[in-house]
Design a binder for this molecule. Structure first.
Ligand code: PLP
Length: 287
């Protein structure tokens, strides 16, 4: 994937430094981001991503740089047309040392764009292998429901996933309930009903998760948010992961497949790709 970058109002060389060393996003992960698919110059589910970012800024007390965000996203989208867009907003620069945010910082806005497909085509055919991550998701942390720059738990989880030979790693919380993937939300179909972990289990309420739940409701498919355990994958008819980058067009689906190496930490599902996924997938694609 090659990239372009827009920082605080202008296009910059992606590989050259364009932010100061006092930047709080760099120092403390003091900021938020959104990742979106770009199709024909339009970020998909833009309103929803913007709303989540606005809400996250309010929680963190970062003044929302609405105009600058819209300008950056518009300019990068127009240049890139199709690919992946990442929007990052940080609290800006610290004036001195210390964690306490300055009262007068100006938010930093960075928009980066990448061409190419985020997932290889064949992964949609074969499904995604998933494993359980060895350490728990801190479901009581105020950060867990924010798409914050504090991604180290996810980074460590992704490293474990790679070592396990899987495509996605799934976190449980301290109670052993399924929370979410390192970059995805989890869905199961059990007895024909759609089931997904409740936000209180410790997850980022994904944009695609909300789309799937809304769609299920409009289709009259029973869907509920509750407690899901690793053993539930054994009895699920189907299971899948969602995020904003997965899938073609407007569809954010990854089929979950049996983990071939039956390692102790692996979540096993023998569920075949099935009807619920196909219906929702075609609906989201506008068919
Ligand atoms: C930890 C985590 N959970 C869930 C998701 C899915 O969110 P969305 O559907 O908004 O992309 C992501 C997306 O990257 C994520 O990083």
């Amino acid at each position: 994937m090659s990239g372009i970058a827009w920082v605080n109002g202008k296009f910059v060389e992606p590989a050259k430094p364009s932010l100061g060393v006092q930047e709080r996003g760099f120092l403390y992960g003091d900021g938020l981001f959104e990742t979106m698919r770009l199709r024909s110059g339009q970020p998909l589910y833009w309103k929803e991503h913007l709303a989540r970012l606005r809400n996250g800024c309010a929680v963190l007390g970062i003044s929302f740089p609405h105009e600058e965000i819209c300008t950056g996203v518009r300019e990068v989208s127009a240049l890139l047309e199709t690919g992946v867009l990442r929007l990052t907003v940080t609290r800006g620069e610290s004036s001195g040392r210390g964690l306490l945010p300055p009262c007068d910082s100006t938010a930093t806005v960075v928009v980066t764009g990448y061409t190419g497909e985020p997932y290889p085509e064949e992964s949609y055919e074969r499904g995604f292998k998933a494993c359980l991550i060895s350490f728990p998701r801190s479901h009581l942390s105020p950060l867990v429901q924010l798409k914050s720059l504090n991604c180290l738990e996810n980074v460590l989880g992704r490293v474990e996933t790679s070592i396990a030979g899987a495509d996605e790693g799934i976190f449980c919380n301290y109670m052993g309930e399924i929370a979410e993937g390192t970059t995805s939300n989890v869905f199961l179909v059990i007895n024909g009903k759609l089931v997904t972990p409740h936000p209180e289990c410790g997850l980022l309420p994904g944009i695609m998760r909300a789309q799937v739940l809304a769609l299920a409701e409009s289709l009259g498919v029973t869907a509920f948010q509750g407690k899901v355990y690793p053993q539930d994958f054994r009895r699920a008819e189907e299971s899948f992961l969602t995020n904003s980058l997965a899938g073609g067009d407007a569809v954010g689906f990854i089929q979950w497949e049996a983990c071939r190496e039956r390692r102790p930490r692996s979540v096993i599902t023998d569920a075949a790709p099935g009807a619920a996924k196909d219906i929702i997938l075609s609906m989201l694609a506008g068919n």
